[in-house]
Design a protein around this ligand. Structure first.
Ligand code: PEP
Ligand code: MN
Length: 287
């Protein structure tokens, strides 16, 4: 049918479902993502120092997280703000993995750093500000590590899928799509959580979909409810910021959960995750 709605995704053929139940299950550090279990990635916005990171890793693992997050390279609004610990941060993440068994996801910001980040991380995160940095996408793809691709702040679903296609075209089929909120006229939240995008992505794409309630919300009080809505929308997992002392966090403290808040959220989410097991996404509506 000419001009069909689905045509806007025509530049991303390899990430679209060919049959209604086609899915991609991604294995990273012993965790299967997209295979039915709702997978939680948790940790600080930035890797700060050894003791808080080890403590955070232990606490989030005990509460049910499977993957440790933490930026060693940080995209910041100001070039004079903390830019991350770099290699030292990567080594701390690897140390936390050895201690807890959690897999590690961390951001890569420069194409030249991709091989080094891939040496330490199980999953490479491409940040929102980098979604259209195609040289970076190529370098990250070529490491062979699974990629967590965050939606750009002003990117449409089609834009996100085109960037995912770029990674797949460079020989890496293991891409997770991350909805982290977009820029709109709304100012009561840091970004506008586009929960419908999660539903659309699950409907048309075979790739796992991960929600980021922390960057969408901008305030910790909103995070548990956004996480619930992500589960209900059918996301395959979430990435959440947790810090031992959010007031003192070097970045994104306002949206970071305490250990207690994270534990409560995870316990409260369990029945929602069970309900989600019954969801399925038919492509029948797409023609
Ligand atoms: C982050 O995960 O800390 C981050 C900077 O996210 P985003 O790229 O979505 O802003
Ligand atoms: Mn952050």
């Amino acid at each position: 049918m000419a001009g069909a709605w689905i045509d806007q995704f025509a530049d991303a053929p390899d990430v679209l479902k060919k049959t209604p139940d086609e899915i991609t299950v991604i294995r990273a550090g012993g965790v299967a993502i997209g295979g039915g279990e709702f997978v939680t990635m948790a940790g600080p916005c930035s890797v700060e120092s050894e003791h808080p990171l080890m403590e955070t890793a232990e606490r989030v693992a005990a509460a049910g997280a499977r993957i440790l997050r933490g930026g060693a390279f940080k995209p910041r609004s100001s070039p004079y703000a903390f830019q991350g610990l770099g290699l030292e941060g990567l080594k701390l993440l690897a140390q936390a993995r050895a201690r807890t068994g959690l897999a590690v996801v961390t951001e890569v910001m420069a194409a030249a750093d991709a091989p080094m980040v891939a040496e330490y991380a199980d999953i490479l995160q491409i940040g929102s500000r980098s979604m259209e940095n195609y040289a970076l996408l190529e370098a990250a793809a070529k490491t062979g590590r699974p990629i967590l691709l965050k939606r750009g702040m002003v990117a449409t679903v089609a834009d996100l899928l085109r960037s995912a296609q770029c990674i797949v075209s460079h020989g890496n089929p293991n891409v997770m799509l991350c909805e982290r909120g977009i820029r709109t006229f709304e100012t009561s939240t840091r970004n506008t959580f586009d929960v419908a995008a999660i539903v659309v992505l699950k409907e048309i794409s075979k790739l796992p979909v991960i929600a980021d309630p922390s960057h969408a919300a901008g305030r910790r009080s909103l995070v548990p409810a956004l996480a619930r809505s992500a589960v209900a929308a059918g996301a395959d997992g979430m990435i959440v910021e947790v810090h031992p002392d959010p007031q003192r966090a070097w970045s994104d403290g306002e949206q970071s959960l305490t250990f207690a808040e994270f534990g409560t959220m995870m316990a409260d989410l369990a029945p929602w995750c069970e309900l989600r097991a019954g969801c399925n996404y038919a492509l029948e509506a797409v023609s």
